[in-house]
Design a protein around this ligand. Structure first.
Ligand code: AHR
Length: 502
């Protein structure tokens, strides 16, 4: 039987709320339809933002939102998205389906959305096809209090006070869609562009995010760090606050994508192994960062993560619309537990993407909306945000064989403490087998159970649909008992459990 040992005397660091961040791109039906319907829409909205979607997102406590891309960011020219909507310039979204982008959702609309969500803002700038001047003027437009050409333009467009930009990304995937650059070239560009991100609000400086690697591309990390910190002391000033990492869970690697809903146990295991692999990436990219930044002042920003499957049959392949099952829920549970455990380096993460794209937490169809199994995981994990990570480890948790070379632990866990309440989040990775787990604490204290919830489905392939929106939902769980001061918990196969004790 597996044993989880929690050392409640050892706090390992703060789990930054931003680890629970989201990503929204001008891609398919993420922004338009999914979030923004315009003020004239019949769908209930506040200043154009769907109220049903905003309310559902508030329930999971979205701490941060990244926008406008993704690949779209390096083709986005922010001045096209301000001013009178009818006069905004249109463009073709060449990355995503070649559709016409009318720019009706721009800087002011994004800031309004973040205001409604009560979240921090992460804007991704255009380094691939934009100029230093353009990037620098965007910062001036958003954050200069007044008296400059761009701040006056913002005021003319109806916003007197400056906006708060919490994070700014200097390009996206510049090794690929953001310009196909070499790391050496990008490092120089990063040095130049970041210089002109002026800090108009000295008390709340904008945190700068440098474009990091794709999955195992350690060469990129090494060369970018090397290039950026040649003759520059990483500890001395706000030159680079975070370095990004993008990693998608692709069960077949870069081979053809597989269905989001049709899978067997073999594919289930492969997918969860691919999700687990992110821990190795964090450790290895982190070790390279350590060479340049041993005090871990630069955070890792995993600002694109999640599953990437085949699009739903009959939908535009460029729109990346996929369904969501318990397999996605487990990928989310595994990833979030790993991010928590590496909170000394991982300071920010964004699931891709928030609505209607890839591993979305919300799906919409006309005026209908559903919460996916992944939404429930974010809800169950919500109280890890801002909590202190506790030292915890599993003994005897057993493993699942994936193929000749790989195996996977049966259980994943992380534990945190906030306001005296210890929260344990557990995933049973086995598709069918129930696991019993004994939970012990170093203080050997008798704790009371404050709350226990489970997410599971009748079948791992079950989904929420617009006709049956609540097939897979979380519910209260009583599958535990006390054994002395220990708690013995039964974890059904393919389930996510949250247990709070005090
Ligand atoms: O999330 C979809 C795309 O995946 C993003 O636009 C890009 O950054 C990544 O390749």
């Amino acid at each position: 039987m597996a044993v989880l040992i929690i050392d409640e005397t050892k706090e390992m660091g703060t789990i930054e709320p931003e680890i629970y961040g989201h990503f929204s791109e001008h891609l398919g039906r993420c922004i338009y339809e999914g979030i923004y319907v315009g003020e004239e829409s019949d769908i209930p909205n506040r200043k154009g933002m769907r109220t049903d979607v905003v309310e559902a997102l508030k329930e999971i406590g979205v701490p941060l939102l990244r926008w406008p891309g993704g690949c779209f960011a390096d083709e986005y020219h922010w001045k096209d998205g301000i001013g009178k909507k009818s006069e905004r310039k249109k463009m073709v979204n060449t990355n995503w389906g070649g559709v016409t982008e009318d720019n009706s959702f721009g800087t002011h609309e994004f800031m309004e959305l973040c205001d409604q969500l009560g979240c921090k803002t992460y804007i991704n700038g255009n380094l691939g096809s934009g100029t230093v001047r353009e990037m620098s003027e965007w910062i001036e437009y958003m954050t200069n209090p007044g008296g400059s050409p761009m701040s006056e333009l913002r005021k003319e467009n109806g916003r007197e006070k400056p906006y708060k930009v919490d994070y700014f990304g200097v390009g996206n995937e510049n090794w690929g869609c953001g310009g196909n650059m070499t790391p050496e070239y990008y490092a120089n560009e990063y040095r130049r562009y970041q210089t002109f991100i002026r800090q108009y609000d000295g008390e709340n400086p904008i945190k700068k995010i440098c474009c990091g690697a794709n999955s195992e591309d350690y060469y990129w990390t090494e060369e970018v760090m090397e290039g950026c910190f040649k003759h520059t002391d990483p500890q001395s000033h706000g030159f680079m606050d975070l370095l990004s990492l993008h990693y998608y869970t692709l069960p077949n690697g870069w081979l053809p994508k597989v269905s989001a809903t049709e899978f067997d146990e073999e594919l289930w295991n492969k997918t969860l192994w691919a999700a687990y692999h992110i821990e190795e990436l964090i450790i290895k990219h982190g070790a390279i960062m350590d060479k340049f930044d041993p005090n871990k002042k630069i955070g890792m920003s995993i600002d694109e993560w999640g599953t990437w499957f085949l699009v739903e049959p009959g939908t535009n392949p460029g729109f990346l619309y996929q369904q969501n099952t318990m397999r996605d829920a487990l990928v989310a549970g595994i990833s979030l537990n790993i991010f928590n455990k590496h909170c000394d380096r991982v300071k920010l993460a964004c699931i891709a993407q928030m609505v209607n794209v890839l591993q979305a937490v919300i799906l919409t169809e006309g005026n209908k909306m559903i919460k996916t199994p992944t939404w429930y995981v974010f809800k169950m994990f919500r109280d890890h945000q801002g909590a202190e990570l506790l030292d915890s480890r599993l003994i005897n948790e057993g493993s699942i064989s994936v193929d000749d070379q790989h195996c996977l632990p049966k259980i994943s866990e992380s534990v945190s403490i906030k306001d005296g309440v210890i929260m344990i989040t557990l995933n049973n990775l086995s598709m069918n087998e129930t696991e019993e787990i004994i939970i012990q604490t170093i203080k050997n204290k008798k704790y009371d159970v404050v709350e226990c919830n489970i997410l599971r489905a009748d079948a791992p392939q079950d989904i929420n649909t617009f006709s049956e929106p609540e097939k897979v939902i979380s519910s209260g769980y009583s599958g535990y008992k006390f054994q002395g001061n220990d708690i013995v918990l039964s974890l059904p196969g393919a389930s996510v459990v949250q247990l709070k004790i005090k």
